[in-house]
Ligand binder design. Structure first.
Ligand SMILES: Cc1ncc(COP(=O)(O)O)c(C=O)c1O
Length: 389
């Protein structure tokens, strides 16, 4: 059992070029973030700067430490934090900045480091979208003071649910080890359920039943029949759910080892898909869509903006195209009661506009010809609704 986890840590460490001792495994990326915040002593009254285009579990982890998330608007092209707006938000209470690599594109880490150093802040990389990407040749997750990754269903590689942290500072590592030794171990039942879901996903999640299966999974996890990515309480309140502080299971370690060995091919497929989409949109008379093509971008998502998103989703269902809907809110997937997360709607116009109009196209490089044709026909059908970046 422990051997699987050791091997998984070794594979992660080898890939990132860090030592195995720097890798800490968790049941979810959010728990890795929470532990990082705790280890850096983020507490009552502290403030943590995050992009206003993230998943609600990020502000949740901050709030569980009794600290306050401070939102900064994003850059319209990269969907990453707009670094020019950060310093205006720094106060004497600010303790950390979260550098999220949205959809797999690293943010401007040189500038973020400069700001963090100048104001004596901790810089934490949120690499939940970006395993395998890099910034000026440095692997995502190896640049800031600490970083965390997710291996949940839709991430660069998946172990169903899962996450890990990278902490290279020796002094911090000792504290990290102490805290993570108190984590709960997933139960046998949870392990079996996860392994069944991973198998089901592998064999059954095909484009023609994608929408039905996603709806079924959401329903079963809402009813607590299967373990979902987020429990109801995480989406309705800022209270920490029971069993939040869970470590990695054996199943996650076994699947992780296999998946990590295939990550470069998977990321290559994503980059090829992005290139195909870029050409496609240019042929349709659109300039290259939004995201700058960068060698270092892994294109976890290829995002475009559309009007009338509801109709576009209906078309996707009709054409059987697996559209994604990240991030439909500045604190995805929250659509009301923003104040609970200290978010004031109306303050981050670019993130709010993007979250109203964004859709994510599926990976296209490795699909068969018939499916690729369907995707192209779908894009042609929704052409009147495309928003020029
Ligand atoms: C930007 C971002 N950060 C953190 C997380 C949390 O990852 P996990 O689901 O493994 O807790 C997510 C999840 O999708 C995310 O999108």
């Amino acid at each position: 059992m422990e051997n699987n986890k050791q091997l998984y840590k070794f594979e992660i460490a080898k890939y990132l070029g860090v030592s195995s001792d720097s890798v800490f495994l968790f049941n979810k990326g959010r728990v890795a973030l929470y532990t990082i915040l705790k280890v850096y002593d983020i507490k009552d009254g502290d403030e943590v700067i995050i992009p206003a285009f993230t998943c609600v579990v990020v502000p949740n982890a901050i709030i569980y430490c009794n600290a306050k998330p401070i939102y900064v608007d994003i850059d319209a092209k990269s969907y990453n934090i707009d670094t020019s707006l950060i310093e205006a938000k720094i106060t004497s209470k600010t303790k950390a900045i979260i550098a999220q690599n949205t959809f797999g594109l690293a943010p401007d880490l040189n500038e973020l480091k400069r700001i963090a150093d100048k104001h004596n802040l901790i810089l934490i990389e949120d690499c939940t979208h970006g395993f395998g990407g890099s910034y000026f040749g440095m692997k995502n997750g190896t640049i800031a003071d600490a970083s965390f990754f997710s291996t949940q269903w839709n991430k660069p590689f998946s172990t169903g649910l899962g996450g890990f942290a990278i902490v290279t500072d020796d002094r911090i590592r000792v504290k990290f080890e102490a805290l993570s030794s108190h984590l709960i171990t997933p139960s046998k039942k949870e392990e079996i359920m996860l392994s069944l879901l991973i198998t089901a996903r592998k064999y059954f999640l095909k484009p023609f039943i994608y929408f039905q299966l996603v709806k079924l999974y959401r329903l079963l996890s809402k009813l607590n029949i299967v373990q979902g990515s987020s429990s109801g309480i995480e989406l309705e309140s800022t209270n920490m759910p029971n069993n939040y502080l869970t470590g990695s299971g054996n199943v996650q370690a076994i699947v992780g080892v296999k998946s990590i060995r295939k990550i470069d091919q998977a990321n290559q497929d994503r980059r090829i898909s992005a290139k195909i989409y870029n050409e496609l949109f240019e042929n349709l008379g659109f300039p290259t869509i939004n995201i700058p093509v960068s060698e270092n971008h892994i294109f976890l998502k290829y995002s475009i903006l559309v009007n009338n998103r509801k109709w576009v989703f209906e078309q996707a269902e009709k054409f059987k195209v697996e559209l994604g809907e990240w991030f439909i809110s500045p604190i995805h997937p929250i659509e009301e009661h923003f104040e609970k997360w200290f978010y004031t709607y109306g303050e981050n116009s670019i993130a709010e506009y993007a979250s109203k109009h964004i859709i994510n196209l599926p990976i296209i490089a490795s699909v068969n010809e018939a499916y690729r044709k369907r995707i192209i026909n779908f894009i042609e059908a929704i052409k009147p609704e495309l928003i020029v970046p």
